[in-house]
Ligand binder design. Sequence first.
Ligand code: AOF
Ligand code: ZN
Length: 376
Amino acid sequence: MDIQYWIFDIQRSDRFVTELEAMHSAVQLAWGGWGRVAPNPLVGAVLLRDGEVIGEGYHAEYGGPHAEINALDGCDDPTGATCVVTLEPCAHHGKTPPCCDTLASAGVARVVAAISDPTPVAGGGLDRLREAGVDVDLGVGAAEAAALNAPFLFNAARHARPFVAVKVATSLDGFLADETGRSQWISGPEAREYVHWLRAGYDAIGVGRRTAVTDNPLLTVRGEVEPRVAPTRVIFTTVGEMPTDLNVLDTSDAPTTVVAASARVVELRQALAHTQVTVLEADDLEGSLAALGKQGIHSILIEGGGALIGALMDGGLVDRLYWIKAPIWLGKGIPAFGSLAAVPLEHARVWTVIDRRALGPDTLLAVDRELCLQGS
Ligand code: AOF
Ligand code: ZN
């Protein structure tokens, strides 16, 4: 008899979830909206009572119910519960009624949010909850939630350019391609699957002209997540030939934009006049990114090549780096970051690790230049 009680106690304690653990689960849930909710944030919510999970939900579709509402929907009785949510519940009537009011009228006793909502129109939900007599807390799991929504927070801060992420796949000795310029395929199938997942969550996928010509990539999303809006393929070009029969210039599956230096614009507009390709004019990278921002591109994933990545890094224009390292040696080749300016150790910039994991035989390291934590 005693032993049975003892086993029962162990099961109870196994089920006990702290608010920080619930926030981690809420972040994992929130990723379910990747590729489907932008420009809205990724939001997940967990309802807890006495350390037990009694409801879960996430914002799954742009314009659809918010995370808290989906969590309440699956919960029999939220009275007295704690809602752990990755973003401050909204206080506005947008496409759905304010989450803060729905939580208060559902009888939720406590709301724990990781970061505040920086959107002027939707922010302020925690104050409203407090006024309604709900206990509130802000900042639990803030770093993880800020990394989850880095592009959303970056754009809320009204920068003149989109959030820029760079993806590189290199050998162990840091080469993007072998000595002859071949880069297909350094990484394995799991890493390629991951990149398709990654592409689905960005507004645009960019490469330099040389990569577009040498690899002739499609730059489309061909993974498990079907993006709500197909990312725009972007080619950055200053000089050099660009054949008009490149895969990326066929816009039947996704739109394409070429950003060209002014010396090339007239010629390119003429060459591409019979296509649906958009040609933008800009003479430097900052201007190119700003021009893309004006077209409604809020985030871009740059996939190569070395010259474009080096110039973006040197210009301080990279917010996030996804680095996939394959366990192969090339000895010589095109270095991923070969053109970076030298920095003495004491002035070396330190980036924040936001993800580190195995992709089959390869290893992913994701780092952010700076975490936007002003919301917490
Ligand atoms: C929440 N929970 O799950 C999300 C929130 O256009 P709407 O009505 O969908 O509102 C979008 C805004 O609401 C978005 O910009 C952000 O400020 C907030 N998102 N808030 O309480 C959620 N997705
Ligand atoms: Zn809401």
